[in-house]
Design a protein around this ligand. Structure first.
Ligand code: NAD
Length: 303
């Protein structure tokens, strides 16, 4: 069994690190938020007060951080990972970042003698709790094999996507498809309501028909239909608008830099932008359903 450093104990970091503890590893966890440290400690993570302490004796170091700027600041500088990791420590970033940030992590890690693997995940908090996440790994073949062993306890699938940044590029494309699908589910759920359908019965139809999708199965935005939906909890975040907006804007930027036309993703981004402008960035991204409601109200949503 190994010693693992885990930096960033949020919605994803807590259940993912807890699973590594269950699998028999010793996990040293660090977060800047005391409440997150407490939540991780309740699952057997040994919480510490700095990145340097987390890295003591670590065979691998995972990061699960909100934005690309957080990843850059946690890696770089005198208190960062590169300053304190041992050269044998495998570095894995599970955060969703832009391809350029991931490329920078690879290049700067290699220049310092570290192996880095871009290791983004899909499956959300439900997948993290059920340890059924999909890991998309990018990097050198030997590092990928090591990363596979560390990620497997948390995963339903570990896919070796290819060279450096192939994992994060796969993730950005996947999530762009997710937010476009979410708009379909949002509009479908509201049209079903207005046409007088029983939401649970309609959901069962879509679930075995061609309207089936990941957000339909997992995030159906009407209370009482699927247990993992934020609609059951006043749209408190399972995947926040802020993070969804980040992912969608990274995909739209990638479209601009490659010349690919992305009209649907651009519309999804504009809806997420509007929720952020209204001060709803901390709520769940399935709240885009509001834009389909005839009067802007939603069952399960009290502003
Ligand atoms: P989160 O905001 O809940 O957690 C991030 C944690 O990082 C927070 O607890 C925050 O306090 C901590 N943090 C920020 N700066 C730090 C620093 N300098 N040092 C230590 N800790 C620091 O976010 P999340 O939902 O857990 O997502 C984490 C990453 O995984 C994001 O990049 C997100 O896009 C990605 N992701 C999220 C989901 C999801 O469903 N939530 C799914 C797949 C991927």
């Amino acid at each position: 069994m190994s010693t693992i450093a885990w930096i960033g104990l949020g919605h994803m970091g807590v259940p993912m690190s807890a699973r590594l503890v269950e699998a028999g590893h010793t996990v040293h966890g660090y977060d800047i938020a005391p409440a997150c440290l407490e939540a991780a400690a309740a699952h057997g993570v040994i919480t510490v007060g700095s990145v340097a302490e987390a890295l003591e004796g670590a065979d691998a170091c995972f990061t699960s951080l909100p934005m690309p700027a957080h990843v850059r600041s946690v890696y770089d500088g005198p208190d960062g990972i590169w300053a304190h990791a041992a050269s044998r420590t495998l570095l894995l970033d599970t955060s969703t970042v832009d391809v350029e940030t991931s490329r920078w992590c690879h290049d700067e890690s290699a220049a310092r003698g570290f192996a880095f693997v871009d290791s983004p995940v899909s499956g959300g908090t439900a997948g993290a709790e059920a340890h059924s996440l999909t890991f998309m790994l990018g990097g050198e073949p030997a590092a990928l094999e090591r990363a596979k062993a560390f990620t497997e306890p948390m995963a339903g699938a570990v896919i070796l996507c290819g060279a450096a940044t192939a994992g994060i590029a796969s993730k950005l494309v996947n999530n762009m498809m997710l937010f476009i699908s979410m708009m379909g589910v949002a509009e479908g759920s509201q049209l079903a309501e207005q046409l007088g359908l029983d939401p649970a019965v309609f959901w069962s139809v879509a679930n075995v028909s061609s309207g089936q999708s990941w957000p339909q199965r997992t995030w159906y935005p009407v209370p009482g239909v699927v247990p993992t939906a934020a609609a059951n909890h006043n749209f408190d975040a399972t995947f926040s608008v802020d993070l969804a907006r980040k992912d969608c804007s990274l995909a739209v930027q990638a479209g601009q830099s490659t010349g690919v036309h992305l009209p649907a993703a651009t519309l999804a981004l504009s809806q997420l932008d509007q929720l952020v402008e209204e001060g709803l960035g901390g709520k769940d991204c399935s709240l885009v359903t509001r834009f389909a409601s005839p009067d802007g109200t939603l069952r399960g949503w009290t502003p």
